[in-house]
Write a protein that binds this ligand. Structure first.
Ligand SMILES: Nc1ncnc2c1ncn2[C@@H]1O[C@H](COP(=O)(O)OP(=O)(O)O)[C@@H](O)[C@H]1O
Ligand SMILES: [Mg+2]
Length: 467
């Protein structure tokens, strides 16, 4: 095996080709993440502008949280694709491989992060690239400091432009692969809400039809691996979901990013727009449409959380501009918490009145019972219509995705006991509440037996997990 024989599965190619400053790939065990990270070294090194002698020089560090793991897995993985001899020279005592392919010469330094001295040495290196294997185990401070060491090699005296490509664009980068980190950690936050300059690939479940790497694994690999494992373990290592938070339990266990989040932004339908509104101090709205077959498509979720925006400012500065841009001319219905119809003490106008005065068709949600609200949402998450999930959430409704994926939760105390009511946490519980009012309305009584305004196709309950 060597790197010339490498053919990337589709699910890693966006990561491999990413030209962002930071690129991350997260997936089940065996999903070829580490291999993709290793191959990317040669790919990026090939782009570094050549020195005067025509050689493209660069320096890359490959880190793992322990030296043992580095020696047991990451280095053998590297040598499998870049064998000692044909692909360069492995200097074992220095934990360094000098990769030599065509006009490329890249010093690949393998570094464990066992103690403070390791970290200190790492952070004195002059590097072009940084690669992290199983980066969920790398301390965020180390990651942040590592990014400051990149782009320092080659320097301008060597090739005239420094760590740039042939066109003079800066190409210093950091990238890495990992199994999914736990929810509510630095890494989960970064991966679910990446900054502009970062790319994130979340691979599908190893048991899903989209798992395009299984041919490289023993037959029945994931089926066998799942035997006798806890549901939690299977969720992380086979389905590639973020781990449970120690701080709380997600309210919607049946929500799955893979099933319920659209791969690209769904089209606006030729149908009315329904907006669930939570009218507390932090007004929030979830904006959806019902498809002709009864599926609920959620396009956006917004909150006025920043700076305690009142309902009027929220409507004028956030909601209306969004509606005008995305749903021009659509019939809009606003469904609000029944409590919002009571007069507010402060300005003597209820939030419902404010919406009405701004020209909206407003109606109160059928009930305020938490159990009924959760049931209405769950009924969407657990059904399919034909072969499609009954709930589809646009990636643009990122606040809602995060809330449903775990930020909206039952809090767990230090003794490990879990509350029986969802935690109030802004904006997550506000967004989740607005989604509940939307589901209550869209469901049209499906859960509670009242008649629905449009006739639906037959819907059948479906398991949402792939096991
Ligand atoms: N493109 C490929 N072609 C052939 N084998 C591959 C390819 N990518 C990965 N592999 C092999 O598949 C197995 C799993 O890959 P690995 O990168 O270790 O996965 P992960 O890091 O996601 O657990 C390894 O044996 C690896 O050598
Ligand atoms: Mg790996």
């Amino acid at each position: 095996m060597n790197a010339t024989a490498y053919n990337p599965p589709k699910s890693v190619s966006a990561f491999l080709r990413s030209d962002k400053f930071a690129s991350f790939i997260v997936g089940p065990v065996g999903s070829t993440k580490t291999t993709a990270s290793i191959i990317k070294i040669a790919y990026e090194a090939k782009r570094v502008a050549p020195c005067k002698d025509g050689i493209r020089r660069s320096r890359c560090v490959v880190v793992r949280n322990t030296r043992q793991m580095l020696y047991d897995t990451t280095i053998p993985d590297f040598l499998k694709w870049f064998p000692d001899g044909p692909a360069g020279v492995f200097l074992k005592t220095d934990s360094k491989f000098i990769l030599k392919l065509d006009d490329v010469e890249c010093e690949v330094l393998f570094r464990g992060l066992d103690d403070a001295n390791d970290v200190r040495r790492l952070l004195s290196l002059q590097l072009t690239f940084g690669v992290m294997d199983e980066f969920r185990e790398v301390h965020p401070d180390v990651y942040n400091a590592l990014t400051g060491r990149l782009g320092r090699y080659p320097d301008k005296t060597m090739n005239g432009v420094g760590a740039c490509d042939d066109e003079g664009n800066q190409i210093h980068k950091v990238w890495g692969a990992t199994n999914p980190p736990d929810a509510d950690t630095f890494w989960e936050d970064l991966l679910t809400d990446p900054p502009e300059n970062a790319h994130v690939t979340l691979q599908p479940s190893g048991l899903s039809p989209e798992a395009d790497w299984v041919q490289y694994l023993p037959d029945g690999y994931y089926e066998n691996l799942s035997l006798g494992k806890s549901e939690e373990w299977v969720d992380v290592y086979i389905h590639g979901k973020f781990g449970r938070s120690l701080a709380g339990k997600p309210v919607f266990q049946c929500f799955s990013r893979e099933t319920h989040v659209a791969k690209s932004v769904p089209n606006v339908l030729p149908a009315g727009v329904r907006i669930g509104v939570d009218a507390g101090l932090n007004p929030s709205a979830t904006i959806g449409q019902i498809a002709y077959d009864g599926r609920l498509v959620v396009h956006d979720s917004i909150t006025g959380n920043e700076g305690g925006m009142g309902a009027l400012r929220f409507i004028r500065e956030k909601l209306k501009p969004l509606l005008t841009n995305k749903f021009p001319g659509a019939k809009v219905t606003v469904i609000i918490d029944p409590a919002a119809f009571q007069r507010a003490q402060t300005d003597e106008r209820s939030v419902a009145d404010v919406f009405k005065a701004e020209g909206f068709n407003v109606k109160p949600a059928r009930t305020n019972s938490v159990a009924a609200r959760l049931a209405a949402c769950e009924s969407y998450m657990t059904r399919t219509v034909g072969d499609k999930p009954a709930l589809l959430v646009s990636p643009e409704a990122d606040l809602l995705v995060k809330a449903l994926a775990g930020k909206y939760r039952y809090k767990t105390n230090t003794k490990g006991e879990t509350d029986d009511k969802p935690e109030k946490s802004h904006p997550w519980s506000d967004i989740a509440d607005s989604f509940q009012y939307l589901c209550l309305d869209a469901d049209g009584g499906g859960v509670f037996g009242s008649s629905h305004e449009t006739k639906r196709r037959e819907v059948k309950p479906a398991p949402f997990r792939f096991v």
